[in-house]
Design a binder for this molecule. Structure first.
Ligand SMILES: Nc1ncnc2c1ncn2[C@@H]1O[C@H](COP(=O)(O)OP(=O)(O)OP(=O)(O)O)[C@@H](O)[C@H]1O
Ligand SMILES: [Mg+2]
Length: 240
């Protein structure tokens, strides 16, 4: 099977090969955790394979994005091959909301025929959610966005900021893969780690796996983290 890989071998292998084609996938984590860098790896890997990749950013602009992401070594010779789209989400483009409006806004953003596209990154959903400021409208907007992705048969990676406290949005319920990036407290400080919250169609590890960010990009390290306290313990079947 042809997976949409990240090009980070440990992560791809934990995902059973990579992201499944023609699915919607999510990176979620707090601000500064490495979501954009990981999404950029996935974009670069697609471009490296000659795929058509669109990276939609709602927060960066063409100058700071190139200065930032263009500097990582995994982006070498690939930055210009990615179709970067810098947009500002304005309520007036979306409201009153209809499927047609969302489709038109997205197609204008792609700037090419949907059939030609292989990978789309949307960074971030949080901006859309905050602009709409309504859970029902937001759910509809992402549903329409997903419908379009399935129709054009590309693979999507959405990025979402996890709230520092309070409940998570509905996005994770709609996607097929969700990867949660976090900072874990360990005896001698803090580490970055991620875990696969879900992935349809494959077995995946449940443990946290550590990663680092360097100027080379995101590096998944060896090994696992599990909580040192637990509530449940396995007991073999009762002997009668
Ligand atoms: N060149 C670098 N070397 C080492 N660490 C870096 C480098 N560039 C960025 N970082 C680390 O990566 C973090 C930012 O990663 P990234 O931009 O992917 O975050 P994000 O999860 O997208 O955050 P946001 O919600 O603000 O968009 C920085 O806070 C820093 O810790
Ligand atoms: Mg970001």
């Amino acid at each position: 099977m042809d997976y949409a890989r990240f090009g980070i071998s440990r992560l791809d292998s934990y995902l059973g090969g990579g992201l499944d084609r023609n699915t919607i996938n999510l990176l979620i984590g707090r601000s500064g955790i490495g979501k954009t860098i990981l999404a950029a790896h996935w974009a670069a890997e697609g471009a490296k394979n000659g795929e058509t990749v669109i990276y939609i950013s709602t927060t960066m602009n063409k100058y700071n994005c190139k200065n930032y992401l263009g500097d990582f070594s995994f982006m070498k010779d690939l930055y210009e091959k990615i179709h970067w789209r810098f947009i500002r989400i304005e309520p007036k483009y979306l409201l009153p909301m209809s499927k047609e409006k969302v489709r038109e806004a997205l197609e204008a953003t792609y700037g090419m025929r949907g059939e030609e596209v292989d990978r789309v990154i949307f960074d971030s959903c949080t901006d859309l959610e905050k602009t709409l400021a309504d859970v029902v409208l937001y759910r509809r907007a992402i549903r329409y966005m997903a419908d379009l992705a399935y129709k054009y048969e590309f693979t999507s990676l959405w990025v979402e900021e996890a709230p520092m406290n309070g409940t998570w949005s509905d996005t994770k319920n709609l996607v097929e893969t969700a990867i949660f990036m976090n900072i874990l407290r360990i005896p001698d400080g803090y580490i970055r780690a991620m875990r696969i919250l879900k992935k349809y169609r494959s077995m995946h590890p449940l443990e946290w796996f550590p990663y680092e960010i360097t100027k080379e990009g995101l590096i998944v390290k060896e090994g696992w983290y599990v909580k040192k306290d637990y509530d449940y313990k396995f007991k073999p079947s009762r002997e009668d």
